[in-house]
Design a protein around this ligand. Structure first.
Ligand code: GLU
Length: 311
């Protein structure tokens, strides 16, 4: 299997040292808590589908998961609706920024679950009779993906709610189209809490590995979502996970992944491994610069590229 044997002995500190000198990119200013991030931080982790965990220095540095939560919320929405969620959200790449005010033409659905409109929608259709229950379903589901209880940073959650004007616009637009069926503020609150979930690179890599092993957490053995759901999610990560940088990402890294504004990237290589890189400075598409670089090197070294022929 590509990657898995070499991943067990891969030197992630050496990889970290290689990408640390890269100082381009800038830390987001979307909310004060993210603007305060240390641009020098860099943590990397790999988790194989047989549960082997490897970490670099700072793989335990904590951050809010932000948009790297989107594949997992999509997975929970698919699981809870017996995959009927596929009728409520598109799966086509947009070629536009994460928060573009745009819905699928003709249907008024969000274009895909990896942009903000899509994640507002998917977080509104997980199991739960009200927003508190849906937020708790997401918290429990994310914890099962990570194999440990994850917590929400309340300051970040309230900043998301207070400063999320574009998300508010998207929620109201979907309400007007009839595609969002819960109250707009409820949708923003539940999605904002999901984004404010605190992880480290190791926890995020376990989450990626759970998708990569067909929905079974390789560290705890828990069946979190079905194999079909895991395949659906990884497919959409491959085509839409890096927003308007998805094409360049697929050529240069070739691994299904999801980027996030906090500087995290989660990767899922089906049947092989999950990985995560956290480093706050972002490029123009909102992808961690060191994360992109480290992922490209890792893909090359472990022959992970989906379309590469192993040497
Ligand atoms: N919480 C952020 C937002 O909704 C997430 C964006 C991202 O990570 O790309 O604006």
């Amino acid at each position: 299997m590509n990657g898995i044997r070499d991943a067990r002995s891969y030197d992630l500190d050496a990889l970290r040292e290689r990408v640390l000198p890269e100082t381009s990119g800038s830390v987001t200013e979307s909310i004060p808590q993210l603007a305060d991030a240390d641009p020098a931080q860099c943590g990397i982790a790999i988790v194989t589908v047989d549960g082997e965990v490897r970490r670099s220095r700072e793989a335990d540095a904590v951050f809010s998961i932000q948009s790297a939560v989107k594949p997992f919320v999509f997975a929970l929405a698919l699981q809870d609706t017996d995959r009927a969620a596929l009728e409520r959200v598109g799966i086509e790449p947009t070629g536009e920024a994460f928060d573009a005010i745009k819905l699928e033409s003709g249907t008024g659905r969000p274009p895909n679950p990896m942009v903000n409109a899509g994640a507002l929608l998917t977080s509104s259709i997980v199991e739960g009779r009200n927003s508190d229950e849906r937020a708790e379903r997401i918290a429990a589901g994310l914890s099962a993906f990570a194999g440990r209880r994850l917590h929400v940073d309340e300051d970040i959650a309230s900043a998301e709610q207070r400063l999320g004007d574009r998300n508010r616009a998207l929620a109201h637009l979907m309400r007007s189209e009839g595609t969002l069926r819960v109250d707009a503020d409820d949708a923003i609150g539940v999605y904002g809490r999901a984004c404010a979930t605190i992880v480290d690179a190791e926890a995020l890599a376990v989450m990626g590995a759970t998708l990569a092993s067909g929905g079974v957490n390789p560290c705890t053995g828990e069946h979190v979502v079905s194999r079909e759901v895991a395949r659906d999610v990884i497919s959409v990560m491959a085509t839409c996970g890096v927003y308007d940088g998805s094409g360049r990402w697929m050529r240069e890294v070739g691994v299904p992944a999801k980027s996030s504004v906090s500087g995290a990237i989660v990767l899922s290589v089906p049947g092989a491994l999950g990985a995560a890189v956290f480093s706050p400075p972002l490029d123009e598409q909102g992808t961690s610069v060191r994360g992109h670089r480290a992922s490209a090197i890792l893909s090359d070294d472990l022959s992970l590229h989906s379309f590469g022929v192993p040497r």
